[in-house]
Design a protein. Sequence first.
Length: 305
Amino acid sequence: MNISTRQMKAFLCLARLQSFTRAAEQLHITQAGLSAMMRDLETQFDCRLFDRTTRAVSLTPAGLQLVPRVERMLAEFGDACLALGKISAHAKRVLTVAVAPVVASSLFAEVCEHFGRKEPEVTVRLRDVNKERILAMVESGEVDVGFCAQPNPAAATERLPLFKCHLLCIAKPGVLKLAPSRDGGLPTVTWAQLPALPILASADPSQGLIDAYLDRIGRAHEERPAYESMPTIIAMAASGFGIGFVPSFALPTCLRLGVEVARLQRPSVAVDFYRITKKGREVPRLVDPFVASLVEVAHQVGVAR
């Protein structure tokens, strides 16, 4: 059966008014159109719903039985529409974001605060997870958007570069023996000036980018510890276990832990930071203003180049 809510509403209207003329006027359709709708309804139910005479229209016993059922169906459909409307309205006021823990702790509290001043009615739900989990959550629709550096290619997601980060060298204070920067920014160190200390490697695939530069100074194949998380590398560097390399989005965390930080030069190295969304899905309206806050804050705190 293929019965529309328009037909059901027309049926109830005609049952109540018992007049094709008045029902058609109230429904803003022609009498012929109303008659056609009722004939189609009777054909689908395979029974007469109305007795028609030249003077009156009345419900048949079948029509009388149908009235309360149609009223209940329309009431339930109306309740469902109302409930879905509330869910949709709530969804439009919530933005769910996935980001790596070090980025969340370094940058996103300030980003959320900045965004909250522009969109005070919106709740940001921040999920701090590793890079692989970010991509999986975006693909499954569990989050609206993800953010990470150098994401692995994934067929179900789209990557949009937002800004470039500097690659930094970090160590226990005094290890790098840095001179203050003339322009008030971060001091710099060249790859050739790196101290002869253990290199704290990352298990992330982005370590390959760093190894390419270490290879130029003959240090790509040194025996070294490798850690799964960037916060661990920062903590180990702060405690004097070696030197580490982190993108500048980790700068606020490094400074809080008292780590010595220098920008790598000759050559300097850029790390792209991306917005990750699900391919084929409309990007939620709130993503663009959130990205604008992220980019603005990243430049304000010196994370972005």
